[in-house]
Design a binder for this molecule. Sequence first.
Ligand code: GLN
Ligand code: ZN
Length: 770
Amino acid sequence: MVASSVLGFPRIGAKRELKKATESYWAGKITSEELFEIGSKIRTENWKLQKDAGVDIIASNDFSFYDQVLDLSLLFNVIPDRYTKYGLSPIDTLFAMGRGLQKPADEAKGIKAIDVTALEMVKWFDSNYHYVRPTFSHSTEFKLNGSKPVDEFLEAKKLGVETRPVLLGPISYLFLGKADKDSLDLDPISLLEKLLPVYIEVLNKLKEAGAKSVQLDEPVLVFDLPQNVQDAYQGAYEKLAKGVAGLDIVLTTYFGDVRPNLKAIANLPVSGFHFDFTRCPEQFDEVVAILKDSQKLSVGIVDGRNVWKNKFGASLKLIQSAVDKVGSDRVIVATSSSLLHTPVDLDNETSLSEEIKGFFSFAKQKLSEVVTLSAKINGSTDAAITKALEENAAYVEARNTSKIINNPEVQKRVAAIDSNMGKRQNAFPARWNKQKAIFKFPLFPTTTIGSFPQTKEIRINRNKFQRGKISAEEYEKFINEEIERVIRFQEEIDLDVLVHGEPERNDMTAYFGEQINGYAFTTNGWVQSYGSRYVRPPVIVGDLSRPKPMSVKESVYAQSITTKHVKGMLTGPITMLRWSFPRDDLDQKTQAYQLSLVLRDEVNDLEAAGIKIIQVDEPALREGLPLRAGAERNAYYDWAAESFRISTSGVADETQIHSHFCYSDLDPNHIKALDADVVSIEYSKKDDPSYISEFKDYPNHVGLGLFDIHSPRIPSKEEFIEKMGKILETYDAAKFWVNPDCGLKTRGWEETKLSLSHMVEAAKYFRGKY
Ligand code: GLN
Ligand code: ZN
């Protein structure tokens, strides 16, 4: 009999309970006990849901109050000194590491002031989830600090649910981390010997608690791993297997192709392997060939990264070939990855058309998919299973023939794209000559990345408008007042290039998606992006086109009330694609080109309406990069840059194009290929001098983000001066812009006012010196 398995379930709660709870806790409105209680409730519901659906292998320790990688850092005591000196509780230490902490002193109570920045946050592989990067130094001493995996295993057991605890494996944990700035010569992998005993200790505790097997995630196996990292696998897993004899270890990989690293894992003493066959079915023969007699094969076949219904016919064929090769007792039918990256429950969607709803499957629905597929392979004749199979066949047919998918006009326009469309009239030096005469910027021009605080009032009014409680005119009036407030504030603190603040946007992708034909959007389809920040990705269901301008009204209004320049603000084609759930029936390049034409029309309309600076954000550029070097990655470099240039090259030389990037290690060459006049890049948490020099030779203008907008802490003017000073040691002052890391939408007004004022003062300080 094959078994069914789910590698992890979303932990945000069907109604975003986790967000409400953590944010209330941060605001001091609930106690840590109340917070833990809500966590426990979410876990209980998730386990019950999976058990009731009939899933055989259910994960525990997939829950987290912030991030599962950060949990491990806390568990293994990988806590940089700056977080330990305040005597914070474990949960407060976790949050301080995740989001920074700043608290004034309370002299009456003898409490010292707290001021600590967050650890670096980076993209989780090619997803829009962000993990908190472990930071190691020569002095890192691992020791077990807490018992989260065991506690949660026992919690489930008490509820009658036998779970398989999941932990990120030791090699992935180290490889995904980085050396702290006091230990830059440290290769994290060199810490493996020190780390393994702590893994063995926690795994033994799980065994003592009754766990029969554990899931160790080693997703870094889909990267091009350096030889020393590949070589580390055999020894590490031999030690683990010996150290925890009797506990089954299933080594889990996902998001890609493990073949280039197959030698590293071919002889591991584990009880089974999990591979992602949704992303890379081509690896099937080769990866199955490494299995030893008793090892299990977990077949990742229900996609953990998208919202489309599984196509059972094709999946059953693949599972059957697994059964034919290794026998049904050794096959597990599984989700491709954790379901963390999918929305929770399609049943909560009330505004999708029946047709589109019929195409989708969210986390809860994917449970049934896994169960149905395994039941069918096991020869079930259950009526419900037969019905599910019939309905699925009807879905495949309905999608193939759906009218909402094809738009011949769009297809024609994409086919007619030629190389001139991706070229500005002149190269940057000539453009800059014309632009500087118009803009007359001072040295170190100051600007922001776009959004200003999304206040409660904004959310309330948007909500009222969506529910028809206020008219379109009333809403527009409200938005214009917000824009005016943002403009006046920016004038007051003397920023050079203004923005309208994006109050009309709930989300930078969804806002545009809702205005583009070919998109569907959900009302409850939230997915965790980082910490308590969730996104609701729109879904690309068909060919994409723009019925009318999407952002011109707000930009024109903002420009009309100030004499300073206001940047138009758009989301670029790659980010639109990456932060949407893409189609699985059309290649990504074609979807990007469709979006680039939509954006090109918008950019041209903004220019025609008198907007002279237009920013096209591409924070997801890096995230789209195929995880391995090679033909696919090279092709991406080309089509991603081309999509951006198609969007932005329809304008005159005098129009200044900005772009913005955040959250990841960026590749200067890729950014160069976009040929934007000015780019702003997240920088504040890099702490790595080599990162400065990487962008030193960027030929156009560049602003390195000077403060962390994910954290509520307010940097002082002196801190800005120090940061800028360091950058200016190597940078060409004439090309250097001054800006925060990213948009300010998640911040409060008080923090924003102070931080930006300090930033502007620092820019003025340097103007006085140059
Ligand atoms: N313009 C957007 C904002 O400021 C950019 C956000 C982003 O890069 N994630 O909110
Ligand atoms: Zn950003």
